[in-house]
Design a protein around this ligand. Structure first.
Ligand code: ADP
Ligand code: ADP
Length: 230
């Protein structure tokens, strides 16, 4: 993001935000309610267009008119609601909306076996052993669901992964699992933007930390420069 401004009428949601993430890095964006985090996410993921400023991907200025444009540029967003259907299987959710990329096409039969085996393998890599691939997403814990959503984005080619408060609704153990999922995908070379208001969660996996306040960044710290008590 280069000097991104976003106004809603005369409300300034982002007042000139510059932010970058590199391959294999976890860059945490910390901010309280009203800081502009939702607007930041929406701008980066093509849901809204900035009033001023640019999004640059691998040196190229982009103009995202839709979430599809951002996805095509390799920017994937995992929202808190995860965009999953609880009664459907993990595999169905994993491949939802992606049928064309598999070559099966919307009117062809969904290849359950293939979807199941890919999904099982991807989840295993993330440390989750599904009982069966047609296990419904709704039977998974909140942390496991986050991991499904993250694995799905990475499987389909995310270079940058934006995570919207992935740990905010989770208990201690599920949080630890999600943080280790973040660490895993980071090590695979994905650039992670971890949006959170929890400093400790950020400290656990972050390489850089930027604070957003009233639509402005208050500065960036490297890992090691700050301690959780500051
Ligand atoms: P956060 O996600 O950090 O809580 P938001 O990006 O939702 O922050 O909001 C930043 C500011 O922009 C707030 O003052 C909010 O009320 C305002 N805002 C956000 N979205 C809209 C909108 N669609 N229309 C008008 N004001 C908005
Ligand atoms: P979150 O805690 O997820 O950031 P918010 O309460 O900040 O949620 O905002 C929820 C949604 O409502 C966001 O998409 C945000 O852009 C929108 N929003 C926030 N403030 C306003 C506002 N004043 N007018 C219209 N939409 C708003």
């Amino acid at each position: 993001m280069r000097s991104i401004e976003k106004n809603y009428g005369n409300i300034v949601a982002l007042a000139g935000v510059s932010f970058d993430v590199r391959p294999g890095e976890c860059h945490c964006l910390l901010g309280d309610n009203g800081a502009g985090k939702s607007t930041f996410i929406k701008t980066m993921s093509g849901v809204v267009q900035p009033t001023r400023g640019q999004i640059v991907v691998e040196g190229r200025p982009m103009s995202f008119q839709s979430p599809r444009d951002a996805m095509n540029a390799g920017i994937a967003t995992v929202y808190q609601d995860l965009a999953m259907i609880p009664l459907m299987s993990v595999a169905r959710n994993f491949f939802m909306g992606r049928e064309p990329t598999t070559g099966w096409g919307p009117f062809k039969r969904f290849d359950v076996e293939r979807a199941n085996s890919v999904t099982m393998a991807e989840m295993k890599k993330m440390g989750i052993n599904l009982r069966e691939a047609d296990q419904a997403v709704g039977t998974l814990s909140g942390g496991e669901r986050q991991t499904v959503a993250i694995a799905r984005a990475v499987h389909f080619g995310a270079k940058v992964l934006i995570l919207d408060e992935p740990t905010s609704a989770l208990g201690v153990r599920q949080t630890a699992n999600v943080l280790s999922t973040i660490d895993r995908v980071r090590k695979q070379g994905v650039g992670v933007v971890f949006i959170t208001h929890n400093v400790r969660h950020a400290m656990a996996v972050g390489d850089r930390f930027t604070v957003l306040n009233r639509g402005k960044t208050l500065g960036t710290s490297q890992r090691g420069e700050i301690t959780p008590d500051q």
